[in-house]
Design a protein around this ligand. Structure first.
Ligand SMILES: [Zn+2]
Length: 67
């Protein structure tokens, strides 16, 4: 599971916003706020497809590697 996530994780900058919220900033894209607890992302792809988008993957990976 984590290996799969790691494979997809990008080098986006992730910042913890408190509780389950993370701010994920990609190189060309605007910062997206991901809520791991609610399984939502500002890009809405996670809600629509039920598959974690790249921002969500980065946030989950950040959480896994930073406790
Ligand atoms: Zn997203």
């Amino acid at each position: 599971m984590l290996d799969e996530i790691k494979k997809d994780a990008t080098q986006n900058h992730v910042q913890w916003n408190g509780e389950d919220r993370y701010s994920v900033t990609g190189r060309p894209s605007e910062p997206r706020v991901v809520d791991i607890g609610k399984r939502t992302c500002a890009c809405r792809r996670w809600e629509i497809t039920s598959m974690p988008c790249r921002h969500a993957v980065d946030a989950i990976w950040f959480k896994a590697t930073n406790g």
